[in-house]
Ligand binder design. Structure first.
Ligand SMILES: Nc1ncnc2c1ncn2[C@@H]1O[C@H](COP(=O)(O)OP(=O)(O)OP(=O)(O)O)[C@@H](O)[C@H]1O
Ligand SMILES: [Mg+2]
Length: 256
């Protein structure tokens, strides 16, 4: 095995958008959802994407995660350029390299928590690494509830199962679109703490879209979108700092 120099490891990129544009519709109804966005999501980093409704947060996430096509520019997962892939290859890449957590937990009601966690790997015909699985189950603190079905779990517990499912296959990157949007603040904090730990303790890379400054404060950095462009970035964010930055954008928006 070759060892990678530390300097390289520190900057290794899990996903990258370069001059990424996405245009919906044509002529008068044309909407530029993404306008030449360039951004790196580095390995082992937790990034929050914020911005007003309609600013392009979900579109950016979907294009970089291979869930949606884009109009021009480039999007990569690791070394793989997504625009060169056919549908089948994209499906395989999503399955093998990406974990998803959505607002609606998307658990299968007839399966137990544990069966839900291992389902994507079962479908892919891959055996979960038992040690890794145990670590994740430890981390989410649901070991007593693995035999429960989703309806027997609280919203926060269900979302922790969804996070465990995303982590189980050791994906290169996890994308979440408002993963705590449906949770009360306490359950939301539980899930965010767990995501935070997965970055710190497992070296997971996480990209999360959120409206909530408190949720964004769990990230290592926040990027701010407006009208399909990245307009600002904040490192080691605090909830108050993010809130102030959002207020400043609002004030600017009203005067321009
Ligand atoms: N399928 C579509 N067809 C046409 N326009 C679309 C489509 N999907 C999104 N848009 C437009 O693209 C822009 C960006 O949408 P996007 O869903 O990425 O915003 P968002 O930042 O995620 O907003 P929200 O916070 O409300 O979820 C919006 O103007 C939206 O109306
Ligand atoms: Mg959205």
């Amino acid at each position: 095995m070759t060892t990678t120099p530390l300097a390289y490891q520190a900057t290794a990129v899990a996903a990258r958008a370069t001059d990424l544009s996405k245009v919906y519709g044509q002529g008068e109804t044309q909407v530029v959802a993404l306008d030449r966005v360039s951004v790196d999501f580095r390995q082992g980093e937790f990034t929050a994407i914020m911005g007003p409704s309609g600013s392009g947060k979900s579109t950016l996430m979907h294009c970089v995660a291979g869930l949606d096509s884009f109009s021009s520019g480039s999007a990569r997962i690791g070394d793989t350029e997504l625009s060169t892939l056919k549908d089948k290859q994209l499906t395989k890449l999503r399955r093998d390299k990406i974990g998803f957590i959505f607002q609606a937990f998307n658990l299968l009601p007839t399966l137990t928590a544990l069966e839900n966690i291992t389902l994507p790997m079962d479908i892919a015909g891959r055996k979960p690494d038992q040690q890794w699985l145990n670590r994740i189950i430890d981390l989410i603190g649901l070991s007593g509830r693995l035999g429960h079905r989703p309806t027997q779990l609280s919203g926060g517990q269900q979302q922790r199962v969804a996070v465990a499912r995303a982590l189980a296959s050791q994906p290169e990157i996890i994308f979440g679109d408002e993963p705590t949007g449906n949770l009360d603040s306490r359950s939301g904090a539980e899930v965010l703490g767990f995501l935070r730990n997965s970055v710190r303790e497992l070296g997971q890379t996480v990209v999360m879209v959120t409206h909530d400054p408190a949720a964004a404060s769990y990230a290592d950095r926040v990027i701010f979108l407006a009208d399909g462009r990245i307009v600002d970035e904040m490192l080691d964010p605090t909830a108050d700092g993010v809130l102030d930055r959002m207020k400043a954008f609002d004030a600017k928006g009203r005067t321009s």
